[in-house]
Write a new protein. Structure first.
Length: 294
């Protein structure tokens, strides 16, 4: 995958698939504790990724330093990030959580500046401020229909997950990540993440619980295979080729599609406040991203 053509198809696939995962996560929130659902997702994803690696002839032996890197990546991306995401959707509609996650470009770019000295322009800062203001308006709309403390708790979980995802994103820009086979790293990161998820779930919620409902099982399969095995290698490849900031261009379209799905599936009710917030969020992201000429 090289050049402009080499990033177009991955960009489209990542955007469309991840736009759908938010509503599927919402359906996972039922009788099964969230942490067990996260564990099942990445256990399936890790096994599938390892099989994919073997079919491609990619060695799974990545050495001691590689395993440490994969473990840290797994904890950041597949434990902390997703445990926070699933809990955020207990309190906020899926589309709003997706819009909050669209702010990934902000911590991505800040961390990329701190660790790799990638520049951050004034236009990027201005666009980010506009986007955050839009998010605030959408959260205010949520608070008008449910208790404000639930909205604040959901927003706190979403921001915590956002920061965890950003750490994992920026880790992909490290030299060790460029040297190691990505598919093998992701396989180990998912499997290690699933093991930590299982330990955390057992401590917090007790023994494993599985729901036999077909949509729950289909959701695990979609999230584990399409939403993880297909998308994460593509997205991390975008990060390595475009930089962590510009790879977040996907975040401009994902919340728009996710909000449309939320409107149709969850009955999200639009108001002038919510509409203005959504427009500001998208406009701010566009301004911020257009300012980054990496």
């Amino acid at each position: 995958m090289s050049g402009g053509k080499g990033v177009v198809l991955p960009f489209i696939l990542v955007t469309l698939i991840w736009s759908s995962t938010w509503i599927v996560i919402r359906d996972q929130l039922g009788s099964v504790p969230a942490s067990w659902s996260v564990c099942y997702r990445f256990l399936l994803a890790g096994v599938a990724m390892a099989i994919f690696a073997r079919l491609r002839g990619v060695p799974l032996n990545i050495g001691g330093r590689g395993m440490v890197f994969a473990g840290l990546l797994g904890v950041a991306q597949f434990v902390m990030n997703f445990n926070f995401v699933y809990r955020a959707e207990h309190y906020l509609t899926s589309g709003v959580v997706a819009v909050v996650y669209a702010m990934l470009l902000i911590p991505n770019s800040i961390l990329a500046y701190l660790f790799f000295r990638q520049p951050v322009s004034r236009a990027f800062v201005a666009g980010s401020v506009v986007a955050v203001a839009g998010i605030a308006l959408m959260l205010a709309h949520e608070a008008a229909s449910v208790r404000s403390d639930r909205v604040l708790l959901g927003a706190a979980f979403a921001v915590a997950g956002l920061m965890s995802a950003s750490v994992a994103n920026v880790m992909q820009g490290m030299e060790i990540a460029r040297r190691l086979p990505m598919v093998a790293v992701l396989a180990w990161a998912m499997l290690i993440g699933a093991a930590v998820d299982a330990l955390f779930a057992w401590i917090m919620a007790g023994p494993p619980v599985v729901e036999a409902r077909w949509s729950y099982l289909a959701g695990i399969a979609w999230l584990g295979l399409a939403g993880s095995v297909v998308t994460f290698p593509l997205y991390f490849r975008l990060i390595q080729r475009m930089g962590a900031g510009r790879a977040a261009y996907t975040s401009v379209l994902i919340p728009v599609i996710a909000m449309l799905i939320s409107t149709l599936a969850e009955g999200y009710r639009w108001t002038a406040l919510a509409g203005m917030g959504a427009l500001l969020a998208v406009a701010g992201m566009v301004v911020a991203l257009r300012s980054k000429r990496v």
